[in-house]
Design a protein around this ligand. Structure first.
Ligand code: FES
Length: 172
């Protein structure tokens, strides 16, 4: 959740002159300022109040664009593509592997689209398509795309993340 001074300032700055893309800009900046890179319900309520935008509209924007998060994110992010091409080439198994290796016991592969490890170090989420179907299955790790992923390669990427030094402090 944001401190309200920061949030009010972001809204004020973007609303000056009703700049195009203001709502997206506000949501993006507020998320960037938040530890855990996410938009809390209270953030969205305050933005709704300050901009006069219905809360439901803010939720539709935040859920439409995959770069917005509504729950706190881990230090590292693994994104597994669940589009048709990637599914056909084994992305469900990759997601199951990640959940098993990261002890995501409450994660339901058929219903949930994301989980974060208990120590908040790693978030795993899915995407509908990266637009690189010819290279399926595709997985990204901290924004770096990996094509033709398999269980062995994924296991070694996960081990690397687990062994990476945790970020100090984590404050933004
Ligand atoms: S279906 Fe995975 S990149 Fe398109």
């Amino acid at each position: 959740m944001s401190d309200s001074g920061m949030l009010d300032e972001v809204v004020r700055r973007w609303s000056d002159g009703q700049r195009p893309g203001a709502l997206l800009g506000i949501l993006e900046e507020v998320q960037e300022h938040n530890k855990g890179d996410y938009l809390s319900e209270s953030d969205l309520r305050r933005i709704s109040e300050l901009t006069g935008t219905p809360l439901s509209r803010l939720y539709s924007i935040a859920t439409f664009y995959s770069f917005f998060n509504l729950t706190p994110q881990g230090e590292h992010t693994i994104v597994v593509c669940r589009g048709t091409a990637c599914h056909t080439r084994g992305s469900r198994g990759l997601l199951a592997d990640a959940a098993m290796r990261l002890n995501a016991s409450g994660f339901n592969i058929d219903e949930d689209s994301a989980f974060t490890t208990a120590d908040a170090r790693i978030t795993v989420r899915t995407v509908a398509c990266f637009g690189q179907c010819a290279l399926a299955p595709v997985v990204s790790v901290d924004g770096v795309m990996y094509s033709r992923m398999n269980s062995t390669k994924l296991a070694s990427l996960i081990t690397r993340l687990i062994n990476a030094k945790p970020a100090q402090g984590g404050e933004k």
